[in-house]
Design a protein around this ligand. Sequence first.
Ligand code: ASP
Length: 339
Amino acid sequence: MKRKVLLIYTGGTIGMEKDYGTGSLKPFNFENIFSKIPEIQLLECEVRVQPFDQPLDSSDMGPKEWQRIAKYIGDNYELYDGFLILHGTDTMAYTASALSFMLKGLRKPVILTGSQLPIGDLRTDAKENFLTGLNYASLYEADQAVVQEVAIYFEYKLLRGSRTLKHSAEYFDAYLSPNYPILGQSGVHLHFTKEALYRAPKDQPFEVDYHMSPSVLFWRVFPGMSMAHLRALPNVKVLILQVYGSGTISNSEHTERILQKLRDQGTEVVVVSQCVSGAISFGKYENSSVFTKIGAISGTDMTAESAITKAMHLMDNPRYRESFAENFPKSFCGEVSEN
Ligand code: ASP
């Protein structure tokens, strides 16, 4: 049976070709993708292209564009078996995380991919990423989609979207999922770690929740940073502090006073780590005690990308009766390891 895939093209290097005259990169008309990759015809799927009107560098993407992608998926959910999103690599992990929170009760694959080199380049990684991404987006077993979550496929690996970060601007192997196993790997065959695949609760129907609050700020602390910068943040409802190791920060009364003031004015403080792998653990060191004192929320082993988009999705979201502080530590789509 031929599976139907909606291909959402947003922009990025994957949709560019080199002008060999000038040496610069320019977007090509994406409707012509089938002539660039004739191998698509060999796959057991039917593809319809839904391009953005204007291809975007992914640094120009944000909540509006995430909502647009979510709407394409929501409006076409019943009509297609899977969704492949072609995206610039720079912010793909943010889009993947945001979509993971917006698309609730997902039972079909939503795969994001892109490339480090344009599709027309001799050494391009675009073709493999694209074709295998399409493969994963149309893979069914016994009439059930194998992947039922938002994932990134890149350089032979399938990773949970909400666990992913871009770690290299140079190598083809650009993404990591440091705190969660790889969902799948493509070799001669497409492999899966079946027990790692996410399954939405049985009673959760598919639904798109577009909510994204703009009142989130992310701040990386560094040795010698003046905490006074954090004194006046009037419109910030969630401050995500990226601190050291398993959750430490310079231990001073001044730090505590400033953070307590933010808490008193109603700002939620979420703590994530500057380490790529491992987790926040309040109480492990004396220098994390301030977070317990002020009632900060641990981001545990979430990526920064996931913590940011989760905070945007949860803050002021009328769907939830529980408070932000109650909800944030919970797993909504397998983005965090629960104790
Ligand atoms: N700057 C590009 C983007 O993220 C890089 C890429 O596509 O790889 O849109």
